[in-house]
Design a protein around this ligand. Sequence first.
Ligand code: PHE
Length: 361
Amino acid sequence: MLDASTLQTAIANAHQQLVRAFCERFPEWTLPAFDGLMALPPRRQWQAVNDYWLARKHGVLTLKLKELGTLPADQRPSRGAALNRFKAEVEAVLSQLEAQLRAFEEAETIRREAVDVTLPGLVRRRGRAHPLTQIRERIEDIFVAMGYAVEDGPEVDTVFYNFDALNIPPNHPARDLTDTFYIDDELALRSQTSNVQIHAMQRRKPPLRIIAPGRVFRRDEPDATHNPMFFQVEGLNVAPGISMADLKGTLQVFLTKLFERPVTLRFRPSYFPFVEPGAETDFQCPFCEGAGCRICKHTGWIELGGSGMVHPNVLRACGIDPTEFSGFAFGFGIDRMAALLYGIDDIRLYYENDLRFLSQF
Ligand code: PHE
């Protein structure tokens, strides 16, 4: 294959030959100097030779042909013919070199654009699910395996589903303007996933077993443990004869699977208008087995969330006879679960979309 330096030499030699031929044929004329020809890359070198001889204004042959007019009339025809013959030779030499040049350039392009299949490819960085999504999916898998359906519910809901149907009276603080984001008098961003209990009971006939993970909203200042938007998962199991024992057993199985070690539960009496009895639900810290550590703030227990037996008023509001059916419900924070499992001490990290954080999961 033609390489650049062979081509450069060929062009320079061709030029030298033309210079020699010119001097032989026109000994009375001197040629302007022309150096540095080898220093140019082939295409520019060819162009320089072309211009030297043929440029429209200052090409040697252009100037000489112009000069013909100053010669005595009897010399003009022979000189003119000789110059034109020489010009034709120059053109022939240049076009022959140009053909070589083009072949060289084509080969260069092919070489430059060739794909080296032995080079390592571009690494495509694989995305993955957000840590909260990963935990949500694990929670769903565990409950689906226990026969639960996964329900979706509206994030914007009416005051009826957010409050009234959940036995939350108009004077309850949860309904306060300072606790909830209202769209208008009738609509609010849900402050808990418990609204899905009502939708599910209206849509399905008992017996029913559902969980409802999703976004909830509260008018909280963001800090390490609060955010105005976070995730909860609601659980509801309504069937004849359901009791607190079922609730406890279900949560125990769930937590044992989630933490992959046996977990002990504890109920503390508490008040949620839509359950009776209601309980704050704690589990023994699986990291220190109750001895007390940084994660459980040296109490040996971790708060899971609220739970209890569905209030008869709630069942009735959904057209379910509380003498025939009973049910348990629970609701806890997915953010908190994930923080425990991943050792995250600031839940705001979930929502900042910082890849340095997200790519660790
Ligand atoms: N919805 C309650 C909360 O957000 C938790 C809860 C759910 C309590 C179900 C009892 C039963 O705090």
